[in-house]
Design a protein around this ligand. Structure first.
Ligand SMILES: Nc1ncnc2c1ncn2[C@@H]1O[C@H](COP(=O)(O)OP(=O)(O)O)[C@@H](O)[C@H]1O
Ligand SMILES: [Mg+2]
Length: 317
């Protein structure tokens, strides 16, 4: 099996020419883009530098942190295309095996394959997407043994590969910085935050989708400037990611198919029905807080309400 075939077992391997994403399609994120320019440029530059030219080594590993739908994966692929570096997108959860020892072997296989590829002096970026799927398990009370060893292996192999000076760089993406083990956190040299877009960026994203619709002569756009300001506002799209706004426009497009008209009402209703990721995350947090609160109350109720089961005690609440 070729090294590329091995990599494809755990994710996707893209040659730059196969990538369609562009840097421009992610609006805003200027600081993040500026960092990624430096990072991707460094991969190519370091590769051609004579030994000993740098006073100390540069570690090419970075962690991208932010809620889902803020453009992390898209930008990594787009930069790989722009700088003509192949990118190996590893789905972290594909590494977790059900048989004892399997996760460890998977991690070894993946990293060895990527390293073998880079040893031929072909630069490659290894991107661990949704890293929290594996890394957050390390401190979990349920999986102390296997996952812990697997994460240690991952970090050690990453370090030794980076020290080998072969042209390889590591990127990781996570939604939950707080779930990541501190060792994982430390091991990535740079941390880049991808926050929810602010009102200015949301307006640009909305305008960009409207422009795309306008440029297709199939649709009549009857959306006023005031309405654009209104839907970009905190009240309508506060806590929306770029991906949420995109979904809103997909809904709007669906609603506009009949008469080929997108007006103020359709746009605002579609964005509202798409809903924002922040509300979703907050609800999840509230639910898990509520569960803890409920179970705390149940213990109390068990003490006070004699003979009632947890279930009944819950109903009493
Ligand atoms: N800032 C943005 N501007 C425009 N589109 C965006 C933006 N952020 C996200 N999107 C849209 O959402 C899609 C999904 O983003 P993705 O890269 O998968 O996010 P993540 O990896 O952070 O979960 C992108 O392909 C893009 O169409
Ligand atoms: Mg992603």
């Amino acid at each position: 099996m070729s090294v590329i075939d091995i990599m494809k077992n755990f994710g996707e391997f893209y040659e730059p020419s196969d990538i369609e994403e562009t840097i421009e399609e992610i609006i805003g994120s200027e600081e993040q883009k500026s960092f990624l320019h430096d990072f991707f440029q460094a991969i190519n530059v370091i590769n051609t530098m004579p030994e000993g030219e740098l006073p100390f080594s540069i570690t090419l590993s970075a962690l991208l942190v932010g809620p889902p739908g803020t453009g992390k994966t898209t930008l990594c692929k787009a930069f790989a295309k722009h700088y003509k570096v192949p990118i190996f997108l590893v789905y972290a959860d594909s590494l977790i095996g059900s048989i004892l020892g399997k996760t460890l072997n998977n991690i070894r296989d993946v990293l060895n394959a990527a390293h073998t590829y880079a040893k031929n002096k072909t630069p490659v970026v290894v991107f661990f997407d949704e890293l929290d799927a594996i890394a957050s398990e390390r401190s979990s009370v349920y999986e102390v043994g296997e996952i812990k060893r697997a994460v240690v292996t991952l970090l050690q192999r990453m370090d030794s590969i980076l020290n080998s000076k072969d042209p390889i760089a590591f990127l990781g993406a996570t939604n939950h910085q707080h779930l990541l083990d501190s060792a994982v956190w430390r091991r990535f040299c740079y941390h880049i935050s991808f926050p929810f877009p602010d009102v200015k960026i949301r307006k640009q994203i909305i305008n960009n989708f409207l422009e795309q619709l306008k440029s297709s002569s199939n649709f009549t756009i009857q959306v006023s400037e005031a309405q654009i300001d209104s839907v970009a506002s905190e009240e309508v799209t506060g806590g929306f990611t770029g991906a949420d706004i995109k979904r809103g426009f997909q809904i709007a497009l669906l609603r506009a198919l009949k008469d080929r008209i997108l007006d103020n009402d359709k746009l605002s209703l579609s964005l509202q029905s798409a809903g924002g990721t922040k509300t979703h995350i907050d609800n999840e947090k509230r639910m898990s807080g509520r569960e803890q609160f409920d179970s705390g109350q149940n213990i109390q109720n068990n003490k006070t309400i004699k003979g009632k089961s947890n279930l009944k005690a819950k109903k009493v609440l």
